[in-house]
Design a protein around this ligand. Structure first.
Ligand code: PLP
Length: 410
C-alpha cells in the first residue's frame, strides 16, 4: 500500500496477492543505515521497533528449564494449556475480561495472530477500516488476504485518534472489521475510556462490523494515562471482538515470537485452522518462557516505563525546539510521530528542495547520519517516526544532529 521495496525480476512471476505488497520501508531504511555504518559512518538508527532492554532473567531461566524437561516437541495447535491459562489469568487480572481457554489463541507473534484472523475471515473485496497513521503491516496483511484496507486519516490535532463521525462515514455493507491500536505504533497515541465510548456506540449500532484491537503496547503508557481495552468497557462487543496482545514489547521478547488473543470461540477455531496449515504451533520453548513472563514478577515493567518516559520527554522537547517541527506528547509506546510540514519547501545546502517527508528523512540519513522513518510509510504525511528505544546518550546526539541539519535548510 505504502512505499515498499517491490520484487522486480522479469524471470519471476509473483502471485497477484502480493502485487501491492512488499518488504516494509522500515526494513529498507534499516538496511541502508546498516550499509552506511559498514562504510564507517557513525549512523544512529532510530528506526527499530523493539525495546533496548534484555529479556528478564527469570524468563530466560524458564526457557532453559523447559528445554531440560524435554519440552522440545510440538505443542497443542494454538497454545499449550499452561500458556492459555496464563493468558486467561492475565486478561482477568489486568483487563477485567473473562476469556475461557477455548476463547484464547497463541501464535508466532501478534503478527501471526493478525494474519490468522484476516485469513480466516476476509473474502475478496471485504473492507477493513484502518485509522492512519497505522503500523505498516496492517494494510499489507489485509491485502495479502484479498481484503480492501479503508484508510481513514487521523490528524495530529485530533490526537491521531479516530472520531465517531469518521467511523460512521467509513462503514459500508462490505465492512468486516475495524482495526484499532492503542497505544499506537507509530504515533504513540492511546485511546482512553472516553475516547473509546463514542466509537463503541457506533459499533453497537452496526452489528456486522467486528472489532480487532491491538493492545501490544498496553504496558508502555505514561503520566496518568489509564489503559483500557474496549471489551472491558462494553461487554456486548465481546462476541465480535478480537483482543490482541503479546509478550514482544512489554517483556522485551521480540525474538521469542509469541503473541496471543482472546475472542469468540468460532473465530478462535477458524484461526486455528489457518495456523494448523502454516506453523502447526508456536515454539514450545518460547511458550514456556511466556508462561513465566505473564505469571512471574511484574515490577520491572514500572521501572522500564519510567526509563522510556525520561527518553520520551527528552525527544519531544528537543524536537519542539526545532523551527519547522512539531511534536505532540504521546501517551504511550516508544515512538514519537512529529510533523515536519514546516520544513517542506526548504532547500538543502546542496540545493535540493525538500518536497516530502521522505525527502526530509533521506536528507537526515545522508547528511546527518540519523535514520528515522517517514510518515508516508505509515500512511500519513508529512511526519516522521522516531523510536526512542535507545540510550539517552545516542538520543541526545541524534537530536543535536537533527537540529543542526534543520538549521542548515534555507
Ligand atoms: C502495533 C504492533 N502490533 C503488533 C506487532 C507485532 O508484534 P509481534 O512481535 O508479537 O509479532 C508490532 C511490532 O512492531 C506492533 O508495533
Amino acid at each position: 500500500m505504502t512505499s515498499h521495496t517491490r520484487i522486480v525480476d522479469p524471470a519471476f512471476k509473483s502471485a497477484t496477492r502480493i502485487a501491492n505488497v512488499g518488504v516494509s520501508k522500515i526494513l529498507a531504511i534499516g538496511a541502508r543505515a546498516a550499509a552506511l555504518k559498514r562504510e564507517g559512518r557513525p549512523v544512529i538508527i532510530l528506526g527499530a521497533g523493539e525495546p533496548d532492554f534484555d529479556t528478564p532473567d527469570n524468563v530466560k531461566e524458564a526457557a532453559k528449564a523447559a528445554i531440560d524437561r524435554g519440552e522440545t516437541k510440538y505443542t497443542a495447535l494454538d497454545g499449550s494449556p499452561d500458556l492459555k491459562k496464563a493468558v486467561a489469568e492475565k486478561f482477568q487480572r489486568e483487563n477485567g475480561v473473562d476469556y475461557a481457554l477455548d476463547e484464547i489463541t497463541v501464535s508466532t507473534g501478534a503478527k501471526q495472530i493478525l494474519f490468522n484472523a484476516f485469513m480466516a475471515t476476509i473474502d475478496p473485496g471485504d473492507e477493513v477500516i484502518i485509522p492512519t497513521p497505522y503500523w505498516t503491516s496492517y494494510s499489507d496483511i489485509v491485502e495479502v488476504c484479498g481484503g480492501v484496507p479503508v484508510l481513514v486519516p487521523c490528524e495530529a490535532d485530533a490526537g491521531f485518534r479516530l472520531k465517531a463521525e469518521q467511523l460512521q462515514n467509513a462503514i459500508t455493507p462490505k465492512t468486516r472489521w475495524l482495526l484499532l491500536n492503542s497505544p499506537s505504533n507509530p504515533s504513540g497515541a492511546a485511546y482512553s475510556a472516553s475516547d473509546y465510548r463514542p466509537l463503541i456506540e457506533i459499533l453497537v449500532r452496526h452489528p456486522h462490523v467486528w472489532l480487532m484491537v491491538d493492545d501490544m503496547y498496553e504496558h508502555i503508557v505514561y503520566d496518568d494515562f489509564e489503559f483500557v481495552t474496549p471489551v472491558a468497557l462494553e461487554p456486548k462487543l465481546k462476541a465480535r471482538t478480537l483482543t490482541i496482545n503479546g509478550v514482544s514489547k512489554a517483556y522485551a521478547m521480540t525474538g521469542w515470537r509469541i503473541g496471543y488473543a482472546g475472542g469468540p470461540k468460532a473465530l478462535i477455531k477458524a484461526m486455528a485452522v489457518i495456523q494448523s496449515q502454516a506453523t502447526s504451533c508456536p515454539s514450545s520453548v518460547s511458550q514456556a518462557a511466556s508462561v513465566e513472563a505473564l505469571n512471574g514478577p511484574q515490577v520491572f515493567l514500572r521501572e522500564r516505563r519510567e526509563s522510556f518516559k525520561g527518553r520520551r520527554d527528552l525527544v519531544v522537547s528537543a524536537l519542539n525546539e526545532i523551527d519547522g517541527i512539531q511534536c505532540r506528547v504521546p501517551e504511550g509506546a516508544f515512538y514519537t510521530f512529529a510533523g515536519c510540514g514546516g520544513l517542506i519547501g526548504r532547500v538543502t545546502p546542496d540545493g535540493k528542495r525538500i518536497e516530502s517527508d521522505t525527502d526530509f528523512t533521506d536528507y537526515l540519513l545522508e547528511t546527518a547520519d540519523v535514520a528515522v522513518v517517514p510518515g508516508s510509510a505509515f500512511g500519513l504525511s508529512p511526519f516522521f517516526r522516531i523510536s526512542y528505544a535507545t540510550s539517552e546518550a545516542e538520543l541526545r546526539e541524534a537530536m543535536r544532529r537533527i537540529a543542526a541539519a534543520c538549521a542548515n535548510l534555507r
